[in-house]
Design a protein around this ligand. Structure first.
Ligand SMILES: Cc1cc2nc3c(=O)[nH]c(=O)nc-3n(C[C@H](O)[C@H](O)[C@H](O)COP(=O)(O)OP(=O)(O)OC[C@H]3O[C@@H](n4cnc5c(N)ncnc54)[C@H](O)[C@@H]3O)c2cc1C
Length: 497
């Protein structure tokens, strides 16, 4: 394979990357694993999202890459590598997008070269050949012109599908959980023409957001939050209030025509290897239904499940006592005392809300928490990928997601350390005041690599911004008490929340 390069009009990084891709393509097409691995440095990484491995895989170093190729190259048959747009060069790293094909799929990738050799390579699947989504020129006509006997309208077809699917006709896929994960997967399957039912115990799409406390807003900015196919309009606020995002999810599910079974609880699932089918018992509006799909997906969320520690003596406490997932508003507690156990986002939002309603509130912190000021985080950590300026530079949410995915986890931590060091420097005075108020801080345990690695390693949430007036408020009204021993103290009988 040779890609033509016009050296008069092509930038040097684009020429370098085009040559590297030509060499990689030739090695892969001829099955020359040794030639392919020699194009990578000793310190190198290949993240494959489905195209070669049918899985999400990261291999490291020349030997890892050779292993991946030995097990996948013969059936994958990659070819047609072509640079997409221009490559760029920063700090000696040449990087850029490319497209390619395999025997079964079309893909897109991103590569970074260090000293002319592959450093990080990302390969992702865009579509399966022969199973392309119906879009653009392939879209349905939507109308049958002329006079047609027994014509079925769109609404009649839709009503028939809702009546039959799951009863007289089985879905191919069942997704348990109709939060945003279940909804977007449902939308993808709908576009692929795969009969799917989403089973959700809440009544309506978006309820998992609506049911949270009144003041909740997404902590991630809008550029990070777009769902596939239907972007938010460009006046959408940077941080979506929770009821607004709930309504968006509900509208999205309707526009994408998803078969969404609200008020339906999945109770039991078993796989029958002889029929290659799942049998899933659900209760829909109180009535039992058994679904028999070929595939079952759990989209039941990672952060939604309440974690409720056992606190000795809690049963003797006479005030109200509940998990933050059941907190709605401080309206009911004006003039009372409250203790919030925990010190991450929900705890801070709830403390601020209680304070706003005239409640004397104490926050109990057991161990250190990472705090990032929202503006600083947006500028230093997210801005290059998810911001208005990133968008102006052509980095759409799709591209940003892939660029983020292109960084292997082993590199992610070290690459983030300078970002969080700068955050600590820039907001030094803010952090000093927090510590003075008794708040235990960290920047991601051992590695000081901040938010993402901390969340992925330990599922520990950060605090994005200290709400309301911040420190003055924290110091005056929220008494932060650190230490496990306070948690173990038994509250006095008669003490009220
Ligand atoms: C207070 C709070 C604030 C958050 N803020 C952000 C943020 O700003 N940005 C961000 O990216 N993430 C945030 N998160 C994380 C958030 O949970 C996820 O981003 C998002 O909701 C994940 O979507 P999901 O579809 O994976 O899970 P969920 O939204 O949790 O959806 C899972 C669904 O599964 C349903 N379910 C579970 N079991 C069953 C069953 N047996 N039968 C039927 N249905 C079932 C649940 O009812 C639920 O609706 C926040 C989480 C919380 C709790």
């Amino acid at each position: 394979m040779t890609l033509a390069i016009d050296e008069r009009t092509t930038s040097a990084p684009t020429q370098t990357l085009t040559r590297w891709l030509t060499d990689l393509g030739r090695a892969l097409e001829t099955g020359d694993i040794e030639a392919a691995t020699s194009l990578f440095g000793v310190d190198s990484y290949w993240r494959d999202l489905v195209t070669f491995s049918w899985n999400i895989t990261t291999v490291e170093g020349q030997s890892g890459i050779a292993d991946l190729l030995r097990t996948t190259l013969q059936q994958t048959l990659p070819h047609g590598f072509a640079i997409e747009g221009d490559a760029s060069e920063t700090g000696g790293i040449v990087e850029g997008w490319f497209t390619f094909e395999t025997a079964t799929a079309r893909g897109r990738g991103y590569v970074r070269l260090k000293d002319g050799l592959g450093w990080t390579l990302l390969t992702t699947i865009t579509e399966l050949k022969g199973l392309e989504e119906k879009r653009g020129p392939q879209r349905d006509k939507g109308v049958q012109h002329g006079a047609v006997e027994h014509r079925e309208t769109w609404l009649e077809r839709k009503a028939a599908e809702e009546r039959e699917l799951g009863y007289t006709r089985q879905p191919y896929v069942v997704i348990i959980g109709g939060g945003q994960g279940g909804i977007v997967l449902g939308a993808r399957l709908k576009r692929l023409g795969v009969p799917t039912i989403i089973v959700e115990k809440n009544a309506r799409p978006g309820d998992s957001w609506r049911n949270r406390y009144k003041t909740l807003c997404l902590h991630d900015p809008v550029w990070y939050d777009h769902l596939p196919y239907l972007p938010f309009p460009d006046h959408w606020p940077v941080f979506s209030p929770k009821d607004k995002i709930g309504d968006w999810l509900e509208s999205y599910a309707r526009i994408m025509e998803l078969n969404y079974w609200g008020s339906t609880v999945a109770k039991h699932a078993a796989y029958d290897a002889t029929t290659a089918e799942w049998s899933i018992d659900v209760e829909r509006d109180g009535r039992p239904v058994t679904l028999r799909p070929k595939h079952l997906v759990f989209a039941t969320g990672v952060s939604g499940l309440p974690v409720e520690p056992t606190i000795p003596g809690a049963e003797r406490f006479q005030g109200e006592q509940y998990h933050s997932s059941r907190y709605i508003s401080g309206e009911l507690y004006r003039g009372k005392k409250a203790v919030v156990i925990g010190s991450n986002n929900s705890a801070h939002d709830i403390c601020a809300d209680l304070w706003e309603h005239g409640v004397d509130v104490t926050m109990v912190q057991r161990s250190s928490t990472h705090v990032a000021r929202s503006d600083t985080l947006m500028e230093l950590a997210l801005g290059a990928l998810y911001s208005e300026s990133a968008l102006a530079a052509g980095i759409t949410t799709d591209k940003a997601d892939l660029l983020f995915a292109s960084i292997p986890y082993r590199l992610l931590g070290p690459l983030q350390i300078p970002v969080y060091a700068e955050m600590a420097r820039r907001d030094g005075e803010f952090y000093a005041r927090l510590e003075k108020a008794g708040f235990l801080l960290d920047f991601g345990s051992t590695y000081k690599s901040g938010l993402p690695a901390r969340f992925w390693r330990r599922r520990l949430g950060p605090v994005l911004e200290i709400p309301a007036a911040g420190l003055g408020l924290l110091h005056r009204r929220w008494c932060v008490r650190a230490g496990r021993q306070r948690l173990n103290q038994t509250p006095q009988r008669g003490q009220r929340a």
